[in-house]
Design a protein around this ligand. Structure first.
Ligand SMILES: C[S@@+](CC[C@H](N)C(=O)[O-])C[C@H]1O[C@@H](n2cnc3c(N)ncnc32)[C@H](O)[C@@H]1O
Length: 232
């Protein structure tokens, strides 16, 4: 484990702003989900198998897309209000691996995962590295808990091209957006963080998130492979 302490609320009694964010999260994303994001989640997760960890699982929008090849699923979400919605979704049996594999919910922050080295075959992160307090520490933790050869499946919104008008707007709007969107940074260079993290990049493609404000539209989607630690 890293020395980082959880940066978000792991309390069982979330504050008003967290509860508000959790209640508007899915309605706010709904148009984008219909306009392709749900399908992107499905395609990304179609390749998941074995023992899987999802970090920052939010309200559990990915749960319906885990295939039967997943034999165990751990979903972590440090925000108590988001986790409460996630728990309700699990209780309603709306989601979960097609195989009905064991599912457990954790309150762990991505920067400090309470799992042994080499625990998981796959780690999933969708729209999370924009929000974690320390994305480099989070990705280091992902590498640690993945077995060598394990895969990191990512779907993240990222900073626009360097010097572009979009990038300038992302910087201008980063402060207000961060307040509205519970800590999300629309100008975070997540593609660089992933590229520098010491994974083998199997596929990482760019896409655009329609149905959402343009300053969060640029996406990277793909699969990174954890190298043998001796090879890093
Ligand atoms: C934009 S939401 C994405 C939720 C979900 N992954 C999805 O695809 O809909 C970002 C999530 O990251 C969570 N988060 C914030 N800080 C985190 C941290 N340090 N570690 C893990 N998750 C974190 C938030 O609580 C929130 O649920």
């Amino acid at each position: 484990m890293t020395p980082h302490s959880p940066p978000t609320d792991t309390d069982d009694r979330p504050g008003l702003s967290d509860r508000l964010f959790a209640s508007i999260y899915e309605p706010f994303l709904a148009l984008g989900e219909r306009r392709g994001m749900a399908q992107r989640r499905r395609l990304l997760l179609a390749g998941a198998s074995g023992s899987v960890l999802e970090i920052g699982a939010g309200t559990g929008l990915n749960l319906p897309y885990y295939p039967a090849a997943v034999t165990g699923l751990t979903v972590s979400e440090p925000n108590g209000a988001m986790r409460a919605v996630l728990q309700r979704r699990v209780d309603a049996a709306e989601g979960g691996p097609g195989s009905r594999a064991p599912l457990r919910i954790s309150a762990a922050a991505a920067e400090s995962l309470p799992f042994d080295d080499d625990t998981f075959d796959v780690v999933v992160s969708t729209l999370v590295l924009c929000t974690v307090a320390d994305p480099v520490a989070a990705v280091d933790e992902v590498k640690r808990v993945l077995r060598p050869g394990g895969r990191f499946l990512v779907l993240e919104h990222v900073r626009g091209p360097s010097g572009s008008r979009l990038e300038r707007w992302q910087h201008r709007l980063a402060g207000p957006w961060e307040k509205f969107a519970a800590g999300c940074r629309c100008d975070r260079a997540t593609a660089d963080v992933l590229g520098d993290a010491g994974f083998e990049v199997r596929s990482l493609r760019e896409d655009s998130w329609s149905g959402m404000p343009s300053f969060v539209a640029p996406l990277v989607i793909g699969s990174l492979t954890a190298l043998d630690r001796g090879a890093c």
